[in-house]
Design a protein around this ligand. Structure first.
Ligand code: ADP
Ligand code: MG
Length: 331
């Protein structure tokens, strides 16, 4: 975060009041009995529903460049966290924000709160609490949702014969990364849509809820399709077969990259925050009638792990499957 002359002597409580407690996304919302201001937030859960909770931390220099735009950072951070609610089929309720700042820069905070508002509104999430501390820039989002008891989508229900499906075009965020890092450039009409997918991912909350009672297993792509499918395969004790030629690609990625590199991004690039799920074949037609962007990319098979095949059916499984913070996937 840049320091500035406006890094005024604003105190913790004034900061919370000015930028978070009075933010539009901290306003009243159904189900929020007590929001920011007391020791805990209180949320009312309808009878027969379960609480879904997920936490995501973003650290400067690890998950984003230190100088990243505050508006975009807030937007992307909250979207990434909310995507976990989508993956469980949960309806969004609220979120908390634990923010660690090296300095209280009011311009930065203003932009950050504005980005938070935009994504919170898009997701239907109310800011209900948080924590504010001084230190190296990092942010932790905890998202709260609700799901009818027993109906959450988990990673563990995939069955042999199910179709493997994805919620939209893959790889755009990974293709955008060199643009984000200033390692590559492209004309605005190509860079624009890709950067949008990186900085403003749209968690598939409505699709996730529509998959309740239909999909047998689901997760959202954060580490890369191949790595995340590996998690699903393991949790369900099945194998997954991905047909590389069926991976949906956006027009923008195909303008930036040649097709083999675009398919590589789609397979191994992270940060797409689209849903991947397994679906009994009988469910496909009705689902695609409402969600035409849903594509079949493979199927559940017996065995373990994830296999990728080309259009001729030859094995083309890449060695590198996705990003991990500790150690290597081959280690
Ligand atoms: P406590 O000392 O009881 O933990 P704090 O003084 O840290 O409470 O916070 C006061 C209130 O402001 C609490 O309701 C807390 O949830 C909220 N809060 C603190 N920081 C943030 C933030 N960054 N965003 C939203 N709410 C926050
Ligand atoms: Mg307290």
């Amino acid at each position: 975060m840049p320091t500035s002359a406006e890094s005024s002597g604003i105190g913790e409580f004034e900061l919370i009041r000015r930028f978070f407690a009075s933010a539009a996304c901290a306003g009243t919302q159904p189900g929020v009995v007590q929001g920011i201001g007391d020791d805990c937030a209180l949320l009312a859960l309808p009878a027969g529903e379960q609480l879904a909770i997920s936490t995501d931390t973003l650290v400067a220099g690890v998950h984003f460049p230190e100088a990243a735009d505050a508006f975009l950072l807030a937007q992307r951070g909250l979207a990434a966290a909310a995507s976990d609610l989508a993956a469980m089929g949960a309806a969004p309720m609220g979120f908390t924000l634990a923010l660690t700042l090296p300095v209280a820069d009011t311009h930065w905070l203003h932009d950050f709160a504005a980005g938070l508002d935009v994504m919170a509104k898009a997701c239907g999430l109310a800011l209900v609490g948080g924590d504010t501390t001084r230190g190296p820039l990092s942010m932790t989002f905890s998202v709260l949702g609700r799901v009818p008891a027993g109906q959450a989508l988990t990673r563990s229900g995939a069955r042999n014969g199910d179709l493997l499906c994805v919620g939209g075009a893959l790889g755009d965020a990974a293709a955008a990364l060199p643009l984000v890092l200033g390692q590559a450039s492209a004309a605005d009409e190509i860079a624009g849509p890709l950067l949008e997918r990186y900085w403003s991912p749209q968690p598939q909350l409505a699709l996730g809820q529509a998959l309740r009672g239909r999909a047998t297993a689901a997760l959202d792509i954060s580490d890369g399709l191949l790595a995340d499918c590996g998690h699903l395969a393991k949790a369900s004790a099945v194998g997954l077969l991905i047909e590389r030629s069926r991976l949906p690609l956006s027009p923008a990625i195909l303008q930036l990259l040649d097709e083999p590199r675009a398919r590589e991004c789609a397979l191994t690039g992270g940060d797409d925050y689209l849903l991947v799920f397994t679906l009994p074949p009988a469910e496909l037609a009705s689902l695609q009638a409402d969600w035409p962007q849903v594509e079949v990319i493979g199927q559940v098979i017996t065995g373990t792990g994830v296999e990728v095949v080309d259009a001729a059916g030859n094995q083309v499984t890449p060695r590198q499957s996705g990003y991990q913070h500790f150690g290597s996937v081959h280690g």
